[in-house]
Design a protein around this ligand. Structure first.
Ligand code: R5P
Length: 361
């Protein structure tokens, strides 16, 4: 499934060698030249870009690379996610600009996109602390469409609202399906990493009529563990984590165990470790998300009590709400490693190569 989706994304965004699937295939040379000129003026005049990047982007236009220029594609980031978005643009050799945001005194948002937009646009923004961000995405997507953008892709390394995938009591909104379907209506493609899929197998189940690509950070995490630890024991804190812990352990060539978790409230979990000797082991707790940090902290405390020599944590999405880091310190967690899906002091590896590979195909 992934490779089919990935190759679609590639076709959508790339017209390398004038592929017949290019969204530009019906444009005339004149139209293309106008778009190139418009884009180059935009890139050259964009003061948000460092001079060397402006030059590099212009080089892409003028060094005989017009035909290969990723098809009139611009990558737009948002102010709080500018660094990872720019890094992705660099990997893809695409021009980059940051959408301007303004917050009015009453809390409403104003968004401002570049005045001229190409035929294909990638918006890159992680959706932690999502409520305002979702409104700003809606405003951006509609503005882009009104400006004539034909292919609109969302790269959301962290995809929000995926955990509420069932109504636990009558009347509760099933946020996962609602938010996913809404994004699917706005975007032609959505690319994310390790979305929290528990009761469904694939993102496409909740994102109908769009090209939903769900990537996994498994291999990046395995490589990180190989470089930072020796013979670690990987620990999944709950049954949901088995899917990614087992894959990471296989890539890294190490053992793993899976604990059981009962969630008592937002801030309270009860963890039970499986039987087995843990004395002297270096344990790495692996999870997709750290939110309050209580899942990691409770697991770390038990591992320490069972005699583990060191306990580290590795997560894809470092949400770290409230006093999560303090919780982990108190539980004697030594190192925390996370991806840059959410900018945080624990970021230890970049998702840009993984995302870029999926987009380029
Ligand atoms: C849920 O099962 C997820 O995989 C994480 O374990 C959970 O979101 C972590 O939440 P918290 O940090 O609040 O315990």
């Amino acid at each position: 499934m992934l490779s089919r989706q990935t190759s679609y994304t590639s076709r959508l965004l790339s017209c390398k060698n004038n592929q017949t699937q290019s969204p530009r295939r019906n444009t005339t040379v004149n139209e293309r030249q106008k778009t190139i000129t418009r884009l180059s003026n935009h890139v050259a005049g964009n003061k948000n870009l460092p001079a060397n990047m402006r030059n590099e982007s212009l080089w892409l236009f003028y060094n005989g690379a017009q035909e290969n220029f990723m098809n009139d594609t611009l990558l737009l980031g948002f102010p709080e996610y500018a660094a990872p978005a720019r890094s992705l643009a660099n990997w893809l050799k695409l021009p980059y600009a940051t959408i301007e945001l303004h917050r009015f005194p009453d809390g409403e948002s104003k968004v401002k996109l570049p005045a001229s937009l190409p035929a294909s646009l990638i918006l890159c923004r992680s959706l932690n602390q999502p409520n305002d961000k979702l409104i700003e995405l809606l405003l951006s997507a509609e503005t882009a469409r009104a400006a004539g953008v034909r292919q609109l892709i969302l790269v959301a390394p962290y995809l929000c609202y995926m955990r509420q995938d069932i109504a636990f009591s009558p009347g509760e909104a099933v946020s996962q399906g609602i938010i996913a379907a809404w994004l699917a209506r706005l975007f032609d493609g959505v690319i994310t990493v390790d979305p929290h899929l528990h009761r469904i197998n694939s993102l496409t189940e909740v994102m109908p009529n769009t090209h939903a690509v769900s990537l996994s950070a498994d291999k990046l995490i395995a490589a990180l563990l190989q470089s930072r630890t020796r013979h670690p024991l990987l620990v999944g804190p709950d049954s949901e984590s088995r899917q990614w812990v087992a894959r990471i352990a296989a890539h890294a060539g190490c053992d793993f165990i899976i604990a059981e978790k009962q969630r008592l409230s937002d801030h309270e979990v009860r963890i039970t470790l499986p039987p087995g000797e843990l004395r002297g082991r270096t344990a790495v707790i692996i999870d997709d998300i750290a939110s309050t940090g209580r899942t990691l902290a409770a697991t770390a405390t038990l591992l320490r009590e069972a005699g583990a020599a060191a306990v580290h944590c590795c997560i894809t999405h470092a949400l770290f709400a409230e006093n999560a880091e303090q919780e982990l310190q108190q539980a004697s967690v030594q190192e925390i490693w996370s991806s840059d899906s959410i900018p945080h002091a624990s970021n230890a590896f970049s998702l840009a190569p993984l995302l870029a590979e999926a987009i380029e195909g």
